[in-house]
Design a protein around this ligand. Structure first.
Ligand SMILES: Cc1cc2nc3c(=O)[nH]c(=O)nc-3n(C[C@H](O)[C@H](O)[C@H](O)COP(=O)(O)OP(=O)(O)OC[C@H]3O[C@@H](n4cnc5c(N)ncnc54)[C@H](O)[C@@H]3O)c2cc1C
Length: 126
């Protein structure tokens, strides 16, 4: 994916792997190599783009993952936004979801007259 804005272009390589890829999150060189290996000889502009990735000083590598928690609240603490329900970068809209979640929690606290236990239950029901 090429994402252009403000006279810059982000180069994004995404791939699906059947196996968990074990890597050292501090070893940027090895992470760059994973991308090179995955996309070598894949045609289109991949060679040119891989050269840019090899030289980039803002290289970033991570896996898409999702943690499903049994609840978004515990005691007096409730999570909203990315901390509770961060959507995949593939779908986006995390900012919208965070604001909707904050409004739902605020409404629940108002409706339950500050009884946070009831409000958190109502919030989690949506
Ligand atoms: C590249 C990119 C593009 C995106 N584009 C879109 C888009 O187009 N539309 C959309 O809706 N969403 C988009 N999102 C997603 C959106 O940015 C997030 O879902 C949203 O910012 C989540 O809001 P949040 O308040 O939950 O978390 P954050 O915005 O991450 O806020 C959490 C805050 O807590 C602070 N913090 C962390 N730890 C501590 C601590 N211990 N003490 C005090 N403060 C702390 C952090 O510094 C941060 O300011 C994008 C995200 C990325 C990365």
């Amino acid at each position: 994916m090429l994402n252009a804005y403000n006279s810059k272009t982000d180069i994004i390589f995404i791939f699906l792997s059947d196996q968990e890829i074990v890597y050292d999150y501090k070893d940027i060189r090895a992470q760059r190599q994973i991308i090179q290996d995955q996309f070598k000889d894949t045609g289109w502009r991949s060679t040119e783009l891989l050269e840019k990735v090899a030289k980039s000083d803002s290289f970033y590598f991570d896996k898409f993952s999702q943690i499903k928690m049994p609840a978004w609240s515990k005691g007096r603490v409730a999570l909203i936004g990315d901390a509770a329900y961060c959507p995949s970068p593939a779908s986006g809209q995390g900012g919208s979801l965070a604001m909707q979640g904050a409004a739902t929690l605020a409404d629940a606290l108002l409706l339950c007259d500050g009884d946070f236990k009831l409000a958190f239950e109502a919030y989690e029901r949506g």
